[in-house]
Design a protein around this ligand. Structure first.
Ligand code: FE
Length: 205
């Protein structure tokens, strides 16, 4: 299973069957005048570049430095996240799940590809893949190991299944050796995968 969906491992340059269907649908919708291709491009660009995992990283860094904000995330993640300006489609009902020495959290959408767009942007290819969606629930520890994450036996792994109603954000543990760091510097340690639960926050160099 590819773990970095942004590059192709020797895949042929032809479009995948899904991409072909999407292209066919898009052409049809444009032809019938239902969608404006320029508007579609703006929407995709917005989620690919402007909105993205940097937003989630800011949420995590604030949770690490501000206990009041962390509490708010526990009680009402949607409102706490919206207070930083991150709201909108695919993020209407957010739940923040906190990693701890007892529990590691991991997110999947077994049905399709539900993902919290306002804080993480568009989902990586592997997140939408059938192997990830099925194996994440069946053998989460094996999947995590393939991502290079070894969870100690004494630590429980909780897998959360996203739905159209609820989208999850993992708050990874704050790395040791970052005492006194400000939010901006801490946010640099927060990777996209650490907020899906298939990674951990980076250790300080
Ligand atoms: Fe889904």
């Amino acid at each position: 299973m590819p773990h970095d969906g942004d590059h192709d491992h020797g895949r042929k340059p032809e479009l995948s069957p899904i991409a072909l269907r999407v292209r066919a649908l898009e052409s049809l919708l444009v032809e019938k005048g239902y969608v404006d291709p320029a508007a579609l491009d703006v929407l995709i660009d917005t989620y690919e570049t402007r909105i993205g995992p940097r937003n989630g990283a800011r949420v995590v860094a604030k949770a690490w430095t501000d206990p009041g904000f962390a509490d708010w995330l526990v009680r009402d993640a949607t409102a706490a996240i919206a207070s930083l300006g991150y709201a909108g489609r695919q993020g209407e009902h957010m739940v923040a799940v906190f990693n701890s020495p007892e529990t590691h959290n991991m997110i999947v959408c077994t049905l399709c590809s539900c993902y919290p767009w306002p804080v993480l942007g568009l989902p990586p290819v592997w997140y939408k893949s059938m192997p990830y969606r099925s194996r994440a629930v069946i053998e989460p520890r094996v999947v995590l190991r393939e991502f290079g994450v070894e969870i100690p036996d004494g630590r429980q792994v909780r897998v959360w299944d996203s739905t159209a109603e609820l989208r999850y954000l993992v708050i990874p543990e704050r790395p040791a050796g970052t005492g006194g760091w400000d939010e901006e510097r801490l946010a640099e340690l927060v990777t996209r995968d650490s907020m899906i639960g298939t990674g951990l926050a980076r250790m300080p160099a």
